[in-house]
Design a protein around this ligand. Structure first.
Ligand code: ZN
Ligand code: ZN
Length: 560
């Protein structure tokens, strides 16, 4: 490896995933400050919620690195979860750097790029598990870890100024069922060489003990499913192929055939088979055929454990699924956890199933049917003992997680800790680790397929309309700006009252608009914008008086 020049620096710059769980987007820069070369580690999304109506997908804002796109040596993806690869199809056209991933991740990514129509442009180089890769001053080695999806990789990033262990998402599963166990030797070897910094998963830093093994979940699910009568539906994350495999084997043991319900179940099982996983299981039964099986002989493996409204389980719960019906005597097993933020939709989903007489089994009342994919405190401590970093850089967590993780590392005698926020550039070497710069970082919303700034005009208006309703005011004028028709006011999403019916309110609002229009001078009445402003102001003021709120007011001036 080349020697470091005096002006060289090694920096870490998160643009997503620090101070939040989701949309991981990490940069490492090397070189003198005016001529850094960059590698990107992961490029993920996060999901919208009730506060972002109509916005399902949220991306990290790549503005800073887009300005340095020519200096990106590569984009390395640690694993195929949405919070690590979901933004590639959206943002790659702005970055246009080579992509690197292991085979399973590459398979999933290729499908996403195909859906986005950029498969031909964005080339993915497949790296074998445990493989190496040199990108300019960065020598990368993939380290096999265990998580909740096939092929989770940590990265050893060696540079002339020291090595970083970027863990990605991990836990220490002694029996992950599919794929290798944690490559303890590779981590220890790196530790022996000397680890400058460890950039590490903080998701479960508040949880004592260990996350638990997929092998134990298989035993629990086999026991539970073996004792169930009637039809059985099981919901889990499709990307947890080991879990899917466990459910399938539990079904086989119980004499049930498996029917996959939901697009991502089919996608993930194809991806798994493409890399040689789940090859020895019986063929799946189609939704159509499944209906002809006796209830005791079928198991539905469904998407939608988080209460997603269009997923399979929601449609089954609503009774709108074309093929799958559940009712009294049937069971639904949630082999998943409640992701923070999804409590309400999940509770509603479970209540709708309960209303149909379906018996529910969740990890709360049946511990053991789910384990987390992220390291708890004993596992974190183990990783620190193996890697022995000089600097702890907690990531993949909200503020409270990062701070707790830093305190935990301090207790473990890690000499330095830094907890950057998205946009904080941390100099890892030379010298003590410190935040040396702050670059633009934020979010982009995917609104009806269009990339928009965070909380842009459209979403602000939509939220305003959702809370306050909409009024439209229309007036037709002749060539001399005299009123020919209107103003007419219509309402959307506003209540009517027996004592003061909405029609009367609208007539009164129309009068207010007309009065405002008539107050304008001749010149002003030739100006559509002046008319719109005057009418809108008058209607808003009157609305405030009548309803105590200000609806969105949309005005139209027609010239006849
Ligand atoms: Zn993650
Ligand atoms: Zn993950």
């Amino acid at each position: 490896m080349a020697k470091a020049k005096d002006t060289d620096e090694l920096v870490f710059l998160p643009l997503g995933g620090s101070n939040e769980i989701g949309m991981n987007f990490n940069l490492y820069g090397y070189g003198p400050p005016h001529a850094r070369k960059w590698i990107v580690v992961d490029l993920g999304i996060t999901f919208g919620d009730q506060t972002t109506p109509g916005v399902e997908v949220i991306l990290p804002d790549p503005q800073f690195i887009v300005e340095h796109a020519d200096d990106i040596l590569g984009i390395v993806l640690t694993h195929a979860h949405e919070d690590h690869i979901g933004a590639v199809a959206w943002l790659w056209p702005k970055l246009r750097a080579p992509l690197y991933a292991t085979p399973f991740t590459a398979f999933i990514l290729r499908e996403k790029l195909r859906d986005a129509g950029i498969e031909g442009e964005a080339e993915i180089t497949e790296i074998p598990l445990g493989g190496t890769l040199t990108l300019g001053p960065f020598d990368l080695e993939l380290i096999t870890l265990t998580h909740s999806i096939p092929e989770p990789n940590g990265l050893a990033i060696r540079t002339p100024l020291g090595a970083v262990l970027h863990t990605g998402d991990w836990k220490i599963d002694p029996d992950p069922l599919l794929g290798g166990v944690t490559d303890e030797d590779a981590i220890k070897r790196l530790g022996d060489e000397g680890v400058l910094a460890m950039v590490c998963d903080s998701t479960n830093v508040f949880v004592d003990g260990v996350a638990g093994s997929e092998a134990d979940v298989r035993v629990a699910l086999t026991g539970l499913i073996g004792g169930l009568k009637g039809k059985v539906a099981v919901s889990c994350f499709a990307s947890n192929v080991a879990r899917m495999d466990s459910v399938i084997r539990a079904a086989e043991t119980a004499g049930r055939r498996v029917c996959l319900v939901g697009r991502s179940m089919h996608r993930m099982s194809s991806a798994a088979k493409a890399v040689g996983l789940m090859e020895d299981i019986k063929p799946f039964v189609s939704e159509n055929e499944a209906g002809h099986f006796p209830p005791e002989q079928i198991l539905y493996l469904c998407t939608g454990s988080q209460g997603e409204p269009r997923a399979a389980l929601a449609r089954i719960a609503d009774g709108t699924h074309p093929h799958v019906k559940l009712g009294a005597g049937d069971s639904c097993v949630f082999s998943s956890r409640v992701i923070p933020g999804n409590e309400v939709p999940i509770r509603n989903l479970q209540n709708r199933l309960a209303d149909r007489g379906v018996r529910l089994y969740t990890e709360r009342d049946h511990p053991g049917i789910h384990v987390s994919g992220h390291p708890c405190r004993d596992e974190l401590a183990q990783m620190y003992r193996w890697a022995r970093p000089e600097i702890a850089v907690p990531t993949h967590g909200e503020r409270r997680h990062l701070q707790e993780h830093a305190a935990f590392a301090r207790d473990l005698q890690v000499p330095q800790q830094v907890t950057p926020r998205n946009g904080d550039m941390v100099r890892l070497a030379p010298g003590r680790a410190e935040i040396i710069d702050e670059v633009p970082a934020g979010r982009l919303f995917v609104d009806a397929g269009v990339l928009t700034p965070e909380n842009g005009e459209a979403l602000r208006e939509r939220r305003h309309a959702a809370h306050n309703g909409v009024l439209s005011v229309a007036v037709a004028l002749d060539g001399k700006s005299r009123i020919v028709s209107g103003p007419q006011v219509r309402a959307l999403g506003l209540p009517t009252d027996e004592d003061y019916p909405l029609d009367d309110v609208l007539d009164d609002l129309a009068e207010e608009a007309e009065a405002a229009l008539k107050k304008l001078s001749g010149d002003q009445r030739d100006d559509d914008e002046a008319i719109e402003t005057a009418m809108s102001r008058a209607v808003k003021k009157a609305s405030q008086r009548i309803w105590g709120r200000r609806p969105v007011v949309e005005t139209t001036v027609l010239r006849i």
